[in-house]
Design a protein around this ligand. Sequence first.
Ligand code: PLP
Length: 455
Amino acid sequence: MRKVNQGAIMQVSASSSERLWNRARSVLPGGVSSNIKMEERPHPMFFIHAEGSRLFDCDGNAYIDYSCGYGSVILGHGHPSVVAALQGAAARGFNYGGQHEGEVILAEKLVSLVPCIEMVRYNSTGSEAVAAAIRLARAYTGRPKFIRFSGHYHGWLDEQLVSAHFPVDEKATPRLESAGQCSSSADNVLVAPWNDASALECLLEAHSREVAAVLMEPIMCNGGVIMPVEGYLERARELCTRHGVLLIFDEVITGFRVHLGGAQALLGVTPDLAVFGKAMANGFPISCVGGRREIMNQIAAGRVFHAGTFNGNPLGVATALATVEELSRDNGAAYQLLTAIGRRLMQGIREAAAAKGVPVLVQGPGPVFYTWFTQVESIWNYEISVRISRAPYSQFAAALLANGVRVIPGGRWYVTCSHTEEDVDRTCEAVERALEVVRVTGIGPVLEVVSGGGS
Ligand code: PLP
């Protein structure tokens, strides 16, 4: 194991992390608290501290971190303003079981920043807020079904975990992903390939009277950080309007990461409802669902039930307010920085791979991107993405870890405002070393279905 600390690189052991994982396995299934963590090789890591762009494990190793709390950390770990806001709020009480002004201030801020948001409700996790969006859409349209896309992840709840990780087959059959999922979970789900306007058009024409919503990640981050092809989101917007179907953007990853107003502001297409989480509070758990007033006001009218013990708690609100304030400084400077750092890193990975003769594809807007080892030159849908073997990447990720760089096992990389050019240069050196283990043998067969999305 390499230690990256104050410029020094030295060999240390990883035994405490491994010992903790072995101990954890007798009391935590898989030794972890979320399934994606089971995929880390050689074993799930245990950390004691995180600061700026660095993670510190229980063996004393430091890593340049590109997992970034599964994309939730945007300013950097332990950002001083967010920590101060959290400490200030904590000193005034964790949960009043009543309203407080911060909820209103944050809602006003969200209304001013996010194009689709006229009203908003808070939750704690992305999964919950997506469930709320689906319920609002069903209540508003009086229709039962929603259309989703293969390769998009919308949380682990029963109806949301249908066909997230399976490519669409010819009959577009929705598939359950977990034992114990209620067998009727797929009954009201229609699945389509993303980035294919004709497929969406056909599905809507065949089912529009039953369809309440089209639910998508506006940038398909989970299935490979794939951008929408030109005109796709506009066409989806137009089709939804024509059929009286609500367009829901799941911005749990893109929100506050690609633009202060989400991917909808970056890409210029406004949905009816949108969901935010992750980066909203720099790693503290808070999420929200927001959108058009008449849809959201179904909650005020008592038609739609929405609740949560921790919704709008002072800690989540204070951390979100501090995060949004930092991200709003200097007219979008944070996003220029995130994009520049992300793109420098993307280019560095491409150059390191070219120098070693390893075929690589690095795609994404910059603040989040994806790395595949493949001869394929561009990937625009999940059906191609899922055919590329993740095995070389998995070895590469383990080799990066041994060289002081931590990434999510699947292929997605996140950066924060705390990453520096020096971090990127060191990372590229680690990439060069880690590439020694990568062996690519073409596009590969249809893969093991990976739980490549979600956290
Ligand atoms: N939506 C998207 C796009 C996500 O990536 C995730 C989680 O990774 C979720 C929803 C679920 O959010 P959470 O894990 O906070 O429940």
